[in-house]
Write a protein that binds this ligand. Structure first.
Ligand code: NAD
Length: 277
């Protein structure tokens, strides 16, 4: 995995700390974007059934010539497929599209509390894990309450929780809960989905280091221990977002970024009320 550090998910599975996300990448552009990311050196790719581009991710992987065990592929179960049997079928459908025998990480995309199927869904995840079809299982957009309820009935603990997390929404309480329970934290929308690129505080830090604000944000995620999966379809940006291992933010920079946290800084849906299927 080159110079990208790994974060342990279980005793025998580790995820590269920096990966490449493909949310909102149109299928027609996905193969090229993933191929570029793999050429640049990314080895972890984050997709989801609902993104509609698993097949193109699979094509890029197949054509890359990179050994399967050097890659780390994540996909996610969409809300409408939650439930035991539906999860098993949805997993097969995703694997057919990805063209893979074994998945590295499967995530429940959202808890969807109104439907209340995530415990049954998790039982199916545990079966897929026990059968060796997926190396690690986790969740996305789970709150502390959802995680606690899941862990109270689970045999296998979620290895990771992928949540909205960026300088304006730092999720400190949830990160502490993860740390306490040995759950890795993965940041989606790590650049604030593009909304923080011109932030004056980040611009000042970027100027000081001769870097871009995107690089400063990615570096911040790495230094506070998050797994991070920025997205871009522009080759120069894909490359720039990977060139973050030759500088370091200092204490003053980290304090300045800590001060940007805002409890109302959420951009995406609130998992406690998001019940779209
Ligand atoms: P992001 O924070 O990665 O921001 C992406 C935006 O920033 C894009 O518009 C891109 O053009 C711009 N950008 C990227 N690099 C740049 C650079 N160097 N300079 C200037 N602009 C740059 O937002 P995201 O795509 O929403 O999140 C990343 C990944 O997280 C997604 O692709 C997806 O894989 C995952 N995700 C998961 C969920 C979930 O519910 N689990 C939700 C959203 C995203």
């Amino acid at each position: 995995m080159g110079h990208v550090p790994n974060i342990d998910l279980t005793t025998d599975v580790a995820i590269p700390q920096l990966g490449f996300g493909v949310f909102q990448v149109p299928p027609a552009e996905t193969k090229e974007a993933v191929a570029t990311a793999l050429r640049v050196g990314y080895r972890s790719i984050d997709t989801a059934a609902i993104y509609g581009n698993e097949r193109q991710v699979g094509e890029a992987i197949a054509e890359s010539g990179i050994a399967r065990d050097e890659l780390f592929i994540t996909t996610k179960l969409w809300n409408s497929e939650q439930g035991y049997d539906t999860t098993l079928a949805a997993f097969d459908a995703s694997m057919e599209k990805l063209g893979l025998e074994q998945l590295d990480l499967y995530l429940i995309h959202w808890p969807v509390p109104e439907r209340d199927h995530y415990l049954d869904t998790w039982r199916a995840f545990e079966k897929l894990h026990a059968d060796g079809r997926v190396r690690a299982i986790g969740v996305s957009n789970f709150t502390e309450e959802h995680l606690q309820r899941l862990m109270d009935s689970a045999d296998v603990k979620p290895a990771i929780n992928q949540v909205e997390l960026h300088p304006r929404f730092q999720q400190s309480k949830l990160r502490a809960f993860h740390a306490e329970h040995g759950i890795a934290t993965e940041a989606w929308g790590p650049l604030g989905q593009g909304t923080l690129l011109d932030h004056p505080v980040l611009s000042k830090i970027a100027e000081k280091h001769g870097r871009s604000t995107a690089q400063v944000m990615i570096r911040w995620h790495l230094q506070i221990g998050n797994v991070v999966i920025p997205k871009s379809v522009t080759p120069a940006r894909i490359e720039q977002n990977f060139a973050v291992f030759d500088f370091e933010l200092d204490g003053e920079d980290l304090d300045a970024i800590a001060s940007l946290d805002d409890e109302n800084g959420r951009i995406g849906p609130d998992p406690t009320t998001f019940n779209v299927v």
